[in-house]
Write a protein that binds this ligand. Structure first.
Ligand SMILES: *Cc1c(COP(=O)(O)O)cnc(C)c1O
Length: 426
């Protein structure tokens, strides 16, 4: 079909993320992707600064991942997971247990990040229910977070940015504390620690769990915080009989410079969510891992099972790709790649801080952020960055990049130049 016709059908029938129907802004038509480049129907090529929403860490059409997919498709693409099991899922679960912080031993594989957060919350609520502490059914989180778009995850997203007001009376009412003080290297603010202690103590009888994104708050505002707050949360939750959930869907698999962001704090949560880069951006999969204590608690309840079972749970194709993606990551000096990208982002964005409309520039691992003092004009920004040969998708007041780890220095430079150009005009 010719591109104009495809785009007309797209506008008429196809819903896009966070968009109206029919669509108002024409999306770019992609025909192929390889390495870190997206090829458009009009022949242009764009360096992808987004890793397809932070997932495609190895770039596109990686020969190792392509081969893993073809190999698994030659055996079986899918079988149900109730009553059946298979090597790709067993290997994946075992690998995740080995790689994640010590103490997480059990793995629930599911289809998307939001679903893994649903499962994590269900684990927390059911744990306390099983122990007869039925009042403990709320979650506490700090503001500025993002945990997905289904209902329970929405209830722990930032209450102002997350469209909560639309859902008053529908979403469970969770307990919010202010967002953590900004800055990975900023000194610990004792008054914030005291506040966390006060609120967790006050609500302890109602709280099933605390859920946070460790170190980096992603889609809620691309903010970084001192990992020490995670140690504080670990101590407080243990002291007050509250479970701790880390949502590492965005930070997992190297993005912040450690394999998992929890490692910056040396902390093991009771439940851990993974997604996005888990499959190198090829297919949708997520995981909720938990400790034996959580699993034992659930199994002692009236209903001794975790009542959750997606149709495509542990899909073999997806599991095989996840295994190949993780093995590929670990087979190389990925820390050096992330450090190299971090250096390139810092150097490339250094001068952006002096631009008139720029409120802040921050970099951590393979994450670079320019925060403006106003909302980005998305149409203008998209035009400017694509003219620089780069794909970025700013939101709110944020122009940011999360490049694939295989970006060369020159490609990182193109990305930072495009970000700076957008900050100047959008
Ligand atoms: C993207 C994201 C989610 C939601 O994952 P989906 O696969 O889009 O459902 C949840 N939590 C965090 C931290 C995320 O970045």
């Amino acid at each position: 079909m010719d591109p104009a016709h495809l785009l007309a059908l797209d506008a008429r029938h196809v819903w896009h993320p966070y968009g109206p129907m029919p669509g108002q802004v024409e999306p770019l038509l992609v025909t192929e992707a390889s390495g870190v480049r997206l090829r458009l129907a009009d022949g242009r090529e764009l360096v992808d600064g987004m890793s397809s929403w932070w997932a495609a860490i190895h770039g596109y059409r990686h020969p190792v991942l392509d081969a893993a997919l073809a190999e698994q498709a030659g055996r079986m693409s899918h079988v149900m997971f109730g009553g059946l099991t298979h090597e790709p899922a067993i290997r994946l679960a075992t690998k995740l247990v080995e790689l994640t912080p010590p103490g997480l031993e059990h793995v629930f594989l599911c289809d998307s990040g939001s679903v893994s957060v649903e499962v994590a919350v269900k684990m927390c609520l059911q744990y306390w229910q099983s122990l007869g502490r039925k009042g403990k059914r709320r979650m506490l989180t700090w503001r500025g977070g993002y945990h997905g778009d289904t209902f329970h995850p929405m209830s722990v997203c930032d209450p102002d940015g997350g469209m909560h007001s639309l859902w008053r009376g529908v979403l469970p009412e969770q307990v919010f504390v202010p967002e953590p003080p900004g800055g990975f290297g900023a000194p610990v603010d004792q008054s914030y620690v005291d506040l966390l202690a006060r609120v967790i103590e006050e609500y302890a009888d109602e709280l099933a769990g605390v859920i946070v994104e460790p170190v980096v708050q992603g889609a809620g505002g691309m903010r970084f915080h001192n990992p020490e707050y995670l140690r504080v949360l670990r101590e407080l939750t243990e002291a007050h009989d509250v479970l701790l959930v880390f949502d590492e869907i965005a930070t997992g698999f190297g993005r912040t410079g450690t394999l998992f962001a929890a490692e910056h704090a040396g902390v093991t949560p009771d439940v851990l969510c993974l997604g996005k880069a888990l499959t190198g951006g090829y297919l949708s999969m997520a995981a909720a891992l938990c400790t034996p204590e959580v699993a034992d608690g659930i199994s002692r309840g009236e209903l001794p099972v975790l009542a959750h079972g997606p149709t495509f749970m542990a899909n073999p194709l997806t599991s095989a790709i996840a295994n190949a993606s993780i093995d590929l990551l670990l087979s190389q000096d990925w820390q050096a790649s992330v450090r190299r990208i971090e250096t390139g982002l810092r150097a490339g964005l250094a001068r952006a801080a002096d631009l008139p409309a720029v409120a802040d520039v921050r970099v951590l691992g393979a994450i670079g952020v320019i925060q403006l003092d106003h909302e980005v004009d998305l149409a203008v920004a998209t035009k400017v960055v694509t003219e620089c040969g780069v794909w970025l998708r700013p939101f709110r007041d944020l122009i940011y990049a999360m490049p694939p780890f295989v970006c060369t220095d020159a490609e990182v430079r193109s990305i930072t130049e495009a970000m700076t150009a957008a900050a100047r005009t959008a």
